[in-house]
Ligand binder design. Structure first.
Ligand code: PEP
Length: 235
């Protein structure tokens, strides 16, 4: 199982260091063997010699250069970061990243052998328009993406469920994960308002290989508890 925390624009470098220390202490005391990922804010990246896999929320597909406000490969290499989140809905919808730009980023980091957590998911109006429209929308998010890449992890995150406290029903998650598994055999995470009170039942669903957690992961105890659920489900 994979349990991943997207810390978004939260936790300073100091706070992130404390967070990861607490998490590490817990993982080793509870003998957690699942794959635990944390994606800190860019300025909180550091060299972490940890069981937790620390990844970048974003980087520009370039080694370095004139791309104001972005970081490149040099900045990830400095901290030995080999994992990246690509295609998150906040980057698609708030920062306006196109599928073309996302695919370019994907291919750049794929060539470098990065582990890529690649996010897909539909806004509410696409879901409400019926399953054909919804699947057409999600299918377009696979354009230019190598679904057979061996270091690919996919996260299905319905946009309307992110940070809203709303989640699809378990039946809906089962149905969409079944469809998405036909498109790629890569581990498939569910994300969107995962909390301690629903994480275990979501992770127990067929074709759910873990969770990507935003707001609830900011509480390190809650995130640790989700790691325990994942461990229990693997027993
Ligand atoms: C996310 O942003 O990836 C996410 C899943 O957020 P939240 O858990 O807050 O819905």
């Amino acid at each position: 199982m994979i349990v991943a925390a997207n810390l978004k624009t939260n936790l300073t470098r100091k706070q992130t260091n404390i967070y990861i220390k607490e998490l590490e202490k817990f993982l080793s005391s509870e003998n957690i063997t699942q794959d635990i990922f944390v994606f800190p804010a860019t300025s909180s990246l550091d060299t972490f010699d940890t069981q937790t896999i620390v990844g970048a929320q974003n980087a520009y597909p370039v080694q370095n250069g004139a791309f104001t406000g972005e970081i490149g490969l040099d900045h990830l290499d400095e901290f030995g970061i080999k994992t990246i989140l690509i295609g998150h809905s906040e980057r698609r919808h708030i920062l306006g990243e196109s599928q073309e730009a996302i695919a370019e980023k994907f291919n750049y980091f794929k060539e470098l052998g990065f582990t890529i957590v690649y996010c897909v998911g539909e806004p509410l109006e696409k879901r409400e328009a019926g399953s054909n429209v919804m699947m057409e929308y999600i299918n377009a998010q696979y354009e230019g993406i190598d679904t057979k890449y061996e270091k690919l992890i996919i996260a299905y995150e319905p946009v309307w469920a992110i940070g809203t406290g709303l989640t699809p029903t378990n039946e809906d998650i089962l149905a969409i994960h079944r469809e998405l598994k036909k498109k790629s055999q890569a581990p498939l995470l569910y994300g969107g308002s995962v909390k301690v009170n629903n994480a275990k039942e979501i992770m127990a669903l067929q074709n759910v290989d873990g969770v990507l957690v935003g707001s609830a992961a900011l509480n390190v105890e809650d995130f640790c508890q989700m790691a325990v659920f994942a461990e229990d489900l693997e027993k």
